[in-house]
Design a protein around this ligand. Structure first.
Ligand code: ZN
Length: 165
């Protein structure tokens, strides 16, 4: 059973030998929460100069502020020390470079199954979508005004964040 994951478990064993996060309280020590995309080109902690334990990170395809993301932000703000929230979509995101129909077709072709029923939160205008997402967080009844909410675009080619909202 472990063969599929053997390399990762071996790496984990080495990680655990020098594990230094035991007893950690789970609070965001830098008071930061980030909603961003699952894209493997994004390293949310490193891009902000943060380290393990500093931030709450919520990821999904596109970095969309979904209802689950809002739940995470509410928990973060009230129970886990979050004082600032960054919403961070990125350049060259598959969710902004394809239509729903294109993604359905690609998933259908790759899986060999009917994927016509899937929904992907594709955006045609990333900046407009970011405005909506930031507004969704700012206007949430359980996100207090004292918590700054910023909208940013991460450039996967330069590593730079552009502060848009
Ligand atoms: Zn993406």
């Amino acid at each position: 059973m472990d063969s599929d994951f053997a390399d990762l478990l071996a790496a984990n064993a080495a990680f655990a030998e020098t594990f230094d996060l035991a007893g950690f309280d789970g609070v965001a020590h830098a008071g930061v929460a980030v909603v961003t995309c699952m894209d493997s080109r994004i390293d949310p902690l490193r891009m902000l100069g943060l380290k393990s334990g500093d931030a709450k990170i919520f990821r999904n395809p596109g970095g969309h502020v979904s209802s689950a993301a809002l739940d995470a932000m509410v928990l973060g703000v009230h129970l886990l020390g979050v004082q600032r929230i960054l919403i961070v979509p990125h350049t060259k995101c598959a969710l902004a470079m394809n239509t729903e129909a294109e993604l359905r077709a690609q998933v259908g072709a790759a899986s060999g199954q009917d994927a016509a029923w899937t929904s992907w939160n594709v955006v045609t205008d990333q900046v407009a979508a970011l405005h909506e997402d930031v507004a969704r967080v700012r206007s949430h009844p359980l996100i207090p005004d004292r918590v700054p909410v910023g909208g940013f675009l991460y450039d996967v080619d330069t590593g730079l964040l552009e502060h848009l909202i």
